[in-house]
Design a protein around this ligand. Structure first.
Ligand code: NDP
Length: 511
């Protein structure tokens, strides 16, 4: 979800320092290590996202889009024409038990999923890193176990999920596809409930001096306008935490349950497609695990692998591979999130909670769900071209993000010290060569091209699977404008100089 950049307000949860921790921003210039100026957040310069009206519309509209994608694209068809749509609730499985309705089972699954990710995060070892300096001059510690959570989850879900479910004769994982709508409903309900709790908790008073340890919560400037619906959407509290733990609700939700859930939903769709196609091709009811094991012997006995190979979908494999690689990359570079707007500036409210827990997993997995309902085929040349597009886009995306990250961490680092920079009056420098000399948001360009490589495996029969690139273009254009505005405020005339040197915003020679 698109975050906002604003200054933060006083008072904060405790931030303990530890000799074993590493600091983000330690080596940056004096201006970056000084606490941001305090600003009266009750008087915002302007509202984001259309203010109270716009955010009210988004509270209703964003979940509606999630359901709308199922209405538009489902086993009965795929169309942009609303007259051809079907109710998403037509695709909810029948109740099979007197107690467990699909919705109740999905609610339990989502709650269990969230708890399991939190338990892994708490139990797995991981470095503790300090985030950027808060308005109070303190830094919060973050435990980073994202990549380990992903590996542990994949190991577990593939080992258990590829076994055959006796009730369906399909891998257990395929239930992610069957229960897509109830799971979406549970995720929407869970994230809304979480937002309500976060909003209510942000009004708690701190312990009085000498009588309690808890401090009043640190509020995000644009989440503390006094307009309830707007603040609920934007998020009031900047870093919700328990006072006794460094478990950070926002950082956890940004990276763990939603992103990893997206990959598992994808794999569930792949398992469903595999099961359906294997059955159709060979009339076999064998589990996916046994089918996979038969691959080992396939080279020696090619005839035994015929049905397996005919049920292999290259487009689905590409989509799953690309999405999993994107998530693995985000989790491998987990510390980079600590300097993003989402963490440093946005409050944790409906925008991020819903975005992280419902929007990302259920709209970003659209291509995988589409391929189950409308399988496509790709020739070798198309596969190679899509792989090349993905690799090239990844090089731009990762190269640019890592270059800025390295520069902001330590401008004298070997990888960036040769780059040309522009001095600014704020004391910070801006890169004007390397990736950041090509376009002011060349990282967005790489990210958007990655999105194309996710959609192209779906072929050109339908437009709906291209929802991601259309939505993401809007998000990135909006984000680029807002970041430009924020940088203009931060760097003043130096930003104009920078824009004259680096002319292109996102796509060189185009925009
Ligand atoms: P960016 O990584 O684009 O960072 C913008 C900040 O970088 C500016 O505010 C400025 O901060 C600094 N900066 C700008 N220009 C320069 C320069 N020339 N030299 C040095 N520093 C510079 O922020 P985002 O968080 O928007 O994006 C990060 C990544 O996340 C992107 O790749 C984006 O595509 C991706 N993303 C993906 C989403 C998804 O849903 N898939 C959603 C949102 C983002 P300062 O000067 O203060 O350091």
């Amino acid at each position: 979800m698109p975050p906002v950049r604003r200054s933060t307000r006083l008072s904060s949860p405790s931030a303990r320092r530890s000799t074993t921790t590493t600091s983000i921003g330690k080596n940056t210039t004096p201006s970056s290590s000084a606490p941001p100026k305090k600003k009266s957040s009750k008087k915002p310069n302007h509202y984001e996202f259309g203010g109270p009206l716009g955010t009210t519309a988004m509270l209703v509209g964003l979940p509606a889009v999630c359901y709308g994608l199922v209405a538009a694209c489902n086993p009965r068809g795929c169309s942009l024409d609303p007259r051809a749509w079907h109710s998403p609730f037509d695709f909810v499985p029948q109740k099979t038990s007197s107690f467990w309705s699909p919705y109740l089972a999905s609610a339990a699954a989502v709650a269990l999923w969230f708890a399991a990710q939190a338990a892994l995060h708490l139990l797995l070892p991981g470095p503790r890193i300090e985030g950027v300096m808060l308005a109070t001059g303190e830094r919060l510690r973050y435990k980073l176990t994202g990549f380990k959570n992903l590996l542990a989850t994949l190991a577990l879900s593939l080992t258990l999920g590829l076994r055959t479910n006796p009730a369906t004769g399909e891998p257990w994982l395929a239930l992610c596809y069957d229960y897509y709508v109830p799971l979406l409903t549970a995720a929407v309900a869970f994230s809304t409930l979480l937002s309500v709790v976060l909003y209510a908790a942000s009004f708690r008073a701190g312990g009085k001096k000498g009588r309690g340890k808890a401090k009043p919560p640190l509020l995000a400037a644009h989440g503390d306008t006094g307009c309830a619906v707007y603040d609920f959407f934007m998020g009031r509290e900047l870093n919700p935490r328990f006072s006794f733990s460094d478990f950070d609700w926002k950082e956890f939700c940004e990276l763990y349950p939603g992103l990893i859930g997206w990959v598992v939903l994808d794999f569930g769709c792949a398992a469903k497609l595999w099961a359906v196609q294997s059955r159709a091709a060979a009339g076999e009811g064998g589990g996916l695990l046994s089918s996979l094991l038969s691959v080992v012997g396939a080279a020696a006995k090619p005839s035994s692998s015929t049905s397996l190979l005919s049920s292999f979908s290259a487009p689905m494999a590409l989509v799953c591979l690309f999405h999993a690689a994107y998530v693995a990359d985000a989790l491998w570079h987990e510390r980079a999130i600590l300097t993003t707007m989402d963490i440093t500036t946005d409050g944790f409210g409906f925008m991020l909670a819903f975005g992280d827990l419902a929007w990302v997993p259920f709209t970003y997995s659209l291509q995988a769900r589409y391929l189950v309902d409308h399988p496509t085929e790709l020739g070798w040349i198309s596969i190679i071209l899509i792989l090349l597009l993905n690799a090239g886009a990844y090089a731009v995306f990762r190269g640019s993000n890592s270059q800025k990250d390295a520069f902001r961490r330590d401008p004298t680092d070997e990888s960036v010290r040769h780059l040309e920079t522009l001095e600014t009056q704020s004391g910070r420098k801006l890169l004007v060569s390397g990736w950041w000399g090509v376009a002011r948001h060349i990282n967005y360009c790489g990210d958007w091209l990655l999105g194309w490589s996710w959609c192209l495996p779906c072929g050109f029969a339908h437009a709906v699977p291209y929802f991601y690139v259309a939505y993401f273009a809007g998000l990135l254009l909006h984000r680029d404008r807002r970041d430009g505005k924020s940088c203009a405020e931060k760097y003043g005339r130096d930003w104009d100089r920078y824009c004259r040197i680096v002319k292109w915003r996102i796509i060189p020679f185009v925009y």
